[in-house]
Ligand binder design. Structure first.
Ligand code: SAM
Length: 361
């Protein structure tokens, strides 16, 4: 399956859209917003650009997309008036895969301009915004074009399902699991790990060329606690999704071999794997690497299982319906929500995220 063509968050603003089901990501990135703000301040004071280039990679659509841009904008405006006494021109680039719902972002821009203009006596400084479709696993921008790169909850998505998950006869090696699980042979975790190394090094190399010297990146993505690939964190959510698929197989809703040939293009790296790739690339200094847990705070009347299921559905729906057809979606995710709640009643599931601050040297 060509990920670039098939993978997209559910667009629009309907019940199952990413826009309506991305509050878990927002809650998690808010936990490290102070790091983003501090990094932007340091960057601005160190480089004092007249025109600042900002890119959000894997921006998707919905409230999260513009919210972070507003925070960055207000931070810079605050310092430029207080300290620099000049106004800065903003260039904001929204990047995602070409199938992303960029139209939803563009439609929200007039309101967003109005919001930025509020409380501003001297009118709005120049702010130019545009969509930049394409994979961030490769070059997107000209050399030395960007000052600040932000990416949240996007880099755990690989460029493809690792080809080594299938043998030379195209027989799947990870039967019964959509990601690395307890029963996966070791070639499976090796294949995922190698794909991550290839992708992440290409990402770093590409961004390094696009950033000005002194430019910064703040990257937030899912990961794992230690060397073990299987834990009661992010991998466990895929284990539960695999169980939900298995239920549909047992009910005759899907064929076993169709299930066996479905794998996610996802990888939760460890701290060491991330550090290793940054070190190998060599032109970016890792200024900060922190692990944090997402809060599970109850949201209204919905159980945690339901909150996770609607979020994962908004993310995975395009890939699952491409492989299995749309008709299984409701029962798959109802089972999934129930299985998560059952597991949570036994013992907490504790997914972790990393936040990285990188500086171009
Ligand atoms: C879960 S969403 C995160 C959206 C938003 N940043 C947030 O925090 O809510 C992940 C986004 O990454 C995008 N993405 C995944 N792989 C990508 C790639 N190779 N290049 C560009 N965008 C990619 C997906 O299309 C999706 O919109």
């Amino acid at each position: 399956m060509d990920v670039e063509k098939a993978f997209h968050m559910t667009g629009g603003v309907g019940k199952t859209s990413y826009a309506k089901n991305s509050s878990l990501q927002k809650k998690a990135s808010d936990k490290v917003k102070h790091i983003i703000i501090q990094t932007v301040e340091e960057l601005y004071l160190a480089t004092t650009p007249m025109s600042i280039g900002i890119a959000d990679l894997g921006c998707s659509s919905g409230p999260n997309t513009l919210s972070i841009i507003k925070d960055i904008f207000q931070t810079i405006q605050g310092i430029s008036h207080k300290i620099m006494h000049h106004s800065t021109e903003f260039r904001v680039y929204f990047n995602d895969l070409p199938t992303n719902d960029f139209n939803s972002i563009f439609k929200a821009l007039p309101e967003f301009h109005k919001l930025l203009r509020q409380d501003r006596k001297n009118g709005l400084p120049s702010i130019f915004m545009g969509g930049y479709p394409g994979s961030f696993y490769g070059r997107l921008f000209p050399n030395s074009y960007l000052h600040f790169v932000h990416s949240s909850y996007s880099l755990h998505w690989l460029s493809r399902v690792p080809p080594a998950l299938y043998d030379e006869h195209k027989t799947p090696l990870n039967k019964g699991c959509v990601y690395i699980c307890e029963s996966s042979p070791s070639v499976v975790s090796q294949a995922y790990s190698l794909q991550f190394q290839e992708d992440f090094s290409l990402f770093l190399r590409s961004r390094s060329e696009e950033l000005v010297v002194g430019g910064r990146m703040v990257l937030i993505f899912l990961g794992r606690r230690g060397p073990e690939h299987v834990d009661r964190g992010n991998s466990f959510f895929w284990e539960i999704l695999s169980r939900s698929f298995a239920t549909l197989v047992s009910q005759g809703e899907i064929e076993q071999d169709v299930f066996d040939s479905y794998d996610v293009h996802f990888y939760a790296p460890s701290k060491e794997e991330i550090e290793e790739e940054v070190k190998k690339e060599g032109s970016l200094k890792l200024e900060r690497l922190e692990m944090f847990e997402m809060d599970k705070g109850e949201d209204g009347s919905e159980s945690y299982g339901t909150q996770v299921a609607v979020a994962v559905r908004a993310i995975q729906e395009s890939m699952i319906s491409h492989h299995f057809g749309e008709r299984i979606l409701d029962s798959l995710f109802e089972n999934y929500a129930r299985l998560i709640d059952e597991e949570m009643a036994k013992e907490d599931i504790r997914p972790i995220s990393f936040v990285l601050v990188l500086r171009k040297i």
